[in-house]
Design a protein around this ligand. Structure first.
Ligand SMILES: [Zn+2]
Length: 198
């Protein structure tokens, strides 16, 4: 699988978006799943080896964002067990209205066909907001792996209603990274999710 799956040019710095090939192939068929009453698939019994390399990849993206002075939320796109795109929240860095981590990730790989997206899983350290969920639904990405949804729970209900498969890792590292940022930068966080401050 050494052939390049990363296609398209990118408007974003190459150094920050070129997928590494160190990520091992991951079996997308999780052997032991259990869904709770809301339909959320819990990964508590899933062999950690399945998602661990991808969890590490998206956390690395979140940390890269933090190092740039941004909000530590990361995202990667995985296709055929390979990371094909990566991104992190860049609203602060780019003074952007739309560059949440998932949007930055999708934008980093540029224009793709619907057939391409159909074969992808998007990983995100934080539950996708309505904007990012909209992009996921628009392009028909069938599966979302969520680092955590305790800090913020996005538009999971709509994703589920649209038959998008959601899997929750409930990662303490994802949560603590973001919660620490929010404690120090509450205004930036509120702005990111469209909340008017008193
Ligand atoms: Zn978002």
């Amino acid at each position: 699988m050494a052939n390049a799956l990363f296609v398209g040019s990118s408007p974003i710095e190459e150094s920050s978006i070129i997928p590494t090939r160190k990520t091992s192939r991951a079996n997308s068929n999780v052997a032991q799943r259990s869904a709770d009453a809301t339909g959320m698939v819990s990964l508590s019994h899933t062999p950690s080896a399945v998602h661990a390399p991808f969890l590490a990849e998206m956390i690395a993206e979140a940390r890269a964002g933090l190092a740039e002075g941004g909000i530590p939320i990361g995202s990667i796109l995985v296709r055929n067990g390979q990371v094909v795109a990566r991104g992190h929240n860049r609203r602060v860095q780019r003074k952007s209205a739309i560059l949440h981590a998932e949007m930055d990730c999708l934008e980093s790989i540029g224009r793709q066909t619907a057939a391409f997206y159909k074969e992808c899983t998007i990983y995100t350290t934080l539950s996708p907001c309505s904007m990012c969920s909209g992009a996921i639904r628009l392009y028909g990405i069938p599966r979302v792996v969520i680092g955590e949804n305790r800090t913020f729970c996005g538009d999971e209900a709509t994703l589920r209603a649209d038959h998008v498969q959601l899997e929750l890792l409930d990662s303490n590292e994802c949560r603590e990274l973001l919660e620490d940022f929010i404690r120090k930068n509450p205004s930036i966080w509120n702005e990111d999710i469209g909340i008017i401050e008193n």
